[in-house]
Design a protein around this ligand. Structure first.
Ligand code: PLP
Length: 392
């Protein structure tokens, strides 16, 4: 049986060229970049070249790229590190200050904000409309004199909705508030010129764009006050201690380079396949709906709901038929509870319970989509037949 992978928002395949670029740094060039001998210097050079590649691709300076263990660390660092910098500067102030974020963030941001709230920070979680978009007016109105950080994700991992990051950055700049964006889903999908963007912090993770797991980066605009959260050997301009993940960093730069090179062509092709998939499902399965913004959306994301169906049962059937997709985000599917994203979008229970996410890549084909549509028709019908509440 062929297996079909429709879960690219959870993670992507490490591309063979990426693996090839990484391999020498395990067995031959395995030096520690901090060592002063030849092995160390070679590793240091590899890390520095990767930093330059990433900076060039994103239109920023190499010294504004800090390597991390992934998206989660980058998000935690941007937010907690900004809080710590503020505490250091505001020793006499009673209130710790105010953060504005959204109700649909990844848990790496959401749970960080909840943690800070318990420690005395004030946090506003902006609502979203039925397409998953925040309102710029509501954002502007939420800002207070003590607001020091806005954290709004670039693109949502569950429904793919892309936020107006340019306008948010402009507003943040006007108000003198730092702006962090979790771009883990967006990196590699958009043309970026960070130096003129008004973005203060941007988080990314290699395994979401064809690189290895366990490595990512945080862009930090030059001159920004940020306090380290990892202390030790003072790597990364004394901002992020820990021996650099040299093969991972090399692989991440290679993956970003590859993905950006094919960007335009791939985005068009993947979106076309995704829209074909959506069109067939909507036409052929009654009482189905597409979730998220069909216009301002990641190219590969398709979040669909089928009324009268329990998504977890549908996913089991699909999995047995070799089709791998997910409900909501991969990170939350193990923990109980409905999708916080779909809830924030105001969907009713029947749509939330029957929601599945298909996230496509350039490796998916029309044949795979056709097969998946047939199977989904069959399984949705079967599950509805078994549902006594559905018949009425
Ligand atoms: C995957 C993901 C993360 C977490 O990144 P890791 O590298 O897996 O820690 C954070 N934010 C978003 C939007 C994601 O999709």
């Amino acid at each position: 049986m062929e297996t079909i992978y429709f879960d690219n928002a959870a993670t992507t395949r490490t591309e063979p060229e990426v693996l090839e670029a990484m391999l020498p740094y395990f067995v031959e060039e395995y030096g520690n970049p901090s060592s002063l001998h030849e092995y160390g210097l070679h590793a240091k050079k590899a890390v520095s070249e990767a930093r330059m590649t990433i900076a060039e691709l994103l239109g920023c300076k190499p010294n504004e790229i800090f390597f991390t263990s992934g998206g989660t660390e980058a998000d935690n660092w941007a937010i907690k590190g900004t809080c710590l910098a503020r505490e250091a500067g505001n020793a006499e102030e009673k209130s710790l200050g105010h953060i504005v974020t959204t109700a649909i963030e990844h848990h790496a941001v959401l749970h960080t904000c909840r943690f800070l709230e318990k420690r005395g920070y004030a946090v506003t979680y902006l609502p979203v409309d039925e397409l998953g978009r925040i309102s710029l007016t509501e954002l502007a109105n939420a800002l207070r004199p003590d607001t020091f950080l806005i954290s709004v994700m670039y693109a949502n991992n569950e429904v793919g909705t892309v936020q107006p990051v340019g306008e948010i950055a402009e507003l943040a700049r006007q108000r003198g508030v730092a702006f962090h964006t979790d771009a883990v889903q967006a990196a590699g999908h958009f043309e970026e010129k960070l130096s003129t963007s008004g973005i203060t912090f941007l988080s990314a993770s290699a395994h979401k764009f064809g690189g290895p797991k366990g490595v990512g980066f945080l862009y930090v605009r030059e001159g920004t006050k940020l306090v380290p959260i990892l202390h030790g050997g003072a790597q990364e301009q004394q901002m992020r201690s820990g021996t650099e993940n040299v093969p991972g960093i090399v692989g991440m730069a290679k993956a970003l380079e590859l993905t950006m090179k094919k960007r335009r062509e791939r985005e068009r092709k993947v979106a076309e396949l995704r829209d074909y998939f959506a069109g067939r499902l909507l036409a052929e399965i009654p009482m189905s709906r597409r979730n998220g913004d069909p216009e301002e959306c990641l190219s590969g994301n398709l979040n669909m709901s089928f009324a009268g169906v329990q998504a977890s049962s549908l996913l089991v059937f699909l999995d047995m038929a070799g089709i791998h997709c997910s409900s909501g985000s991969a990170c939350t599917s193990a923990s109980s509870g409905a999708s916080h994203v779909l809830l924030a979008m105001g969907l009713s229970d029947q749509w939330i319970n029957g929601s599945v996410r298909m996230t496509l890549s350039e490796h998916n084909t029309k044949e795979q989509v056709d097969y998946a549509v047939e199977k989904m028709r069959e399984f949705v019908a079967k599950l509805r037949d078994q549902n006594p509440a559905w018949k009425k």
